[in-house]
Ligand binder design. Structure first.
Ligand code: SF4
Length: 384
């Protein structure tokens, strides 16, 4: 098998005005995450008593439809990688629920999870440290077959060579070692390992951030080609908004452990509602010098607060230029402010509806509204 386009034919991620918007995929949900959270205990003293907790993820909810790509973006430390690792069950959630293909996997034992590992795979950020330098490419890409006891069933060498070809590597590289490859080729080896068992859902954690810009576009295009060819579903975790815009169907923006905005890609990039999203987008470089003067850069003041002691109510209020008293007292729920576009803000931009209005409307017409997270309900309660 081979990919449908050569790298030379493909677009650069830097230029990513994202081409033609892809049609919204309306299929059933492959993954559902409800009010998911991870609090890491901080201990002290001889008895290692818990004295505090780092609230890395604090109640996020979203779903991913079959065949779509959901981008998860935010600054370092916002909890996006922790969310990905909880979905993979590499970390146990502190609370919340993860449903994959209709099965609740939140507390499933590792033994019961084992067959599901075929369907749920992860691409790691660093192509240098994620591959064992002492193993050949054949052993690395063939490892999932051995872990699942599928060697005899599949004919591992032939299967591995087919996958290497699929990701644009030479099947004759089977006996080579990782140090013999460039960064982009190593990431292709990592992707080949991920694809070995034909997964349904791939969590890609910063899949191109460790690569040179010139190689990033090749790997992003490869992921898109593979998605079309193998009907894959992706959750792409990244801090680079150009990459996320290029590859995603929908985008969720995280800040300090919470999702603050979630929308269709085009809607989010062209009509951001949350001030934080607006600030992030204002910092994205514009390739066309003629358009640079038209956009105003929003410079956020101060650092991201500590997840040990996040600000009360709206967590963004310490850096938000629109903050008012209510923002410090009442947590804005994540609710749908226009069709398919959710934001958690009392004074959102590009809309006349606020989160409070949407909650009030939902209360008057039950069932007509809030597509927000499970945390919304408690926030709405506290708003009353
Ligand atoms: Fe800013 Fe208030 Fe909206 Fe928070 S709720 S983002 S502080 S305007």
């Amino acid at each position: 098998m081979s990919t449908s386009k050569t790298p030379a034919e493909k677009v650069s991620v830097d230029k990513a005005p994202a081409g033609e918007p892809r049609p919204i995929r309306e299929g059933e949900n492959l993954l559902e995450v409800e009010n998911l959270g991870k609090h890491f205990p901080v201990t002290a003293g001889l008895l290692r008593r818990q004295v505090a907790a780092v609230k890395a993820v604090d109640g996020v909810s979203f779903s991913v439809r079959k065949g779509e790509t959901l981008g998860l973006v935010g600054e370092s430390g916002c909890g996006k990688s922790t969310t990905g690792r909880m979905i993979m069950r590499l970390l146990d959630p502190s609370f919340g629920k993860i449903t994959f293909e209709g099965q609740d996997i939140t507390k499933m034992s590792q033994r019961r999870l084992r067959p599901l590992r075929r369907d749920l795979q992860m691409i790691f950020q660093d192509p240098y440290s994620s591959l064992n330098p002492r193993k050949t490419v054949g052993a690395i890409v063939g490892a999932p077959f051995r872990l699942q006891n599928l060697e005899a069933e599949q004919g591992v060498k032939k299967a591995v060579q087919e996958i290497l070809e699929l990701v644009g590597l030479n099947p004759e590289h089977y006996n080579r070692y990782p140090h013999e490859f460039s960064g982009g080729q190593r990431q292709r080896i990592g992707i080949a390992r991920t694809l070995a068992l034909k997964p349904k859902l791939i969590i890609a954690d910063e899949p191109v951030s460790a690569l040179d810009v010139s190689v990033q576009a090749q790997v992003v295009n490869l992921l898109e080609d593979l998605q079309d060819e193998l009907d894959l579903t992706y959750v792409v975790i990244a801090h680079d908004l150009s990459v996320v815009r290029h590859i995603s169907d929908r985008v969720a923006v995280m800040y300090l452990g919470k999702i603050v905005e979630l929308a269709d890609r085009t809607d989010l990039y062209e009509r951001p509602m949350h001030p934080y999203t607006n600030a992030l987008l204002s910092a994205v470089p514009i390739p066309d010098p003629a358009q640079r003067g038209e956009r105003k850069r929003i410079r956020l003041q101060g650092d991201v607060p500590s997840p040990l002691d996040p600000p009360p109510a709206c967590r963004f209020h310490t850096r938000c230029w629109k903050a008012q008293d209510i923002c410090k007292q009442v947590e804005p729920p994540l609710v749908e402010l226009s069709p398919g576009h959710q934001a958690a803000c009392h004074f959102p931009e590009n809309t006349t509806v606020s989160a409070t209005d949407a909650v009030a409307k939902a209360a008057v017409a039950p069932g007509a509204a809030a597509a927000g997270d499970a945390g919304s309900a408690s926030a709405a309660d506290s708003a009353e």
